[in-house]
Design a protein around this ligand. Structure first.
Ligand code: ZN
Length: 222
């Protein structure tokens, strides 16, 4: 989970307008405008698990569960973009969590993948501060990446598989950078910066790979 800016783009303005209208008519907040603006803002990624490949269903997620409250239900600032797996897990169960449109979540929680194979592999979410929001966010992350019901465990295993692949590609890129000739380095550095940017999948883990090895790889962080 990382921070995204809730910018006043054309798509965001259209989304707010459509929400106003939906609220007045007591219609669904699930409008094409809202979907387009959320996909743009969250770069086509689930804000909770940071997966973007092979997701069959995206859903509109209310950061603060609306429980029928019209203000929260149609509030653009309360709407987030998540995969069905994570939306279903979060539901109204984890509240409050960190608001990733206001807070640098990856500065409040360290994201690490330890080990390589099978049972040795372990994801870790380490709190870097105190408070209920951090605690709830970490509990939500563990459930999103590991599941609790038999079905959710299968879905979570698929997310971890995508995470493993994405991190492995990223590590290869970093290796390539250090093995490259001077004249090739700039191109590879651009690719690495893209991988560390908002639009790439599982960015929190990639950033922490660099931050945990600051002395060795610090120059790669934009
Ligand atoms: Zn997700």
């Amino acid at each position: 989970m990382i921070k995204y800016e809730r910018l006043n783009t054309e798509k965001a303005k259209a989304a707010e307008k459509s929400l106003e209208k939906a609220k007045a008519l007591n219609k669904s907040y699930n409008t094409p405008e809202v979907n387009a603006a959320l996909a743009e803002m969250f770069r086509g990624k689930c804000y909770i698990c940071e997966n973007k490949e092979g997701i069959s269903s995206f859903q509109i997620e209310h950061l603060k569960p609306h429980k029928g409250d019209a203000e929260l239900k149609y509030d653009w600032r309360n709407l987030f973009w998540s995969c069905a797996h994570c939306n279903n897990i979060k539901n109204a169960k984890y509240d409050p969590i960190l608001d990733c449109t206001k807070v640098d979540v990856d500065k409040k929680i360290a994201f690490r993948k330890e080990g390589y194979f099978g049972k040795d592999e372990k994801l870790q979410f380490i709190p870097l501060g105190e408070g209920e929001e951090i605690k709830n966010t970490i509990a939500l992350l563990y459930e999103a990446y590991y599941g609790s019901t038999p079905q959710k465990k299968v879905e979570a295993a698929n997310i971890r598989k995508a995470l493993r692949r994405s991190l492995s590609d990223f590590k290869n890129l970093v290796r390539e950078y250090y093995e490259a000739e001077e004249y090739e380095k700039e191109d590879i550095r651009c690719l690495i910066h893209k991988e560390l940017g908002q639009g790439s999948s599982f960015v929190a883990f990639k950033r922490w790979l660099i931050w945990d090895n600051k002395e060795k790889y610090g120059e790669l962080f934009p």
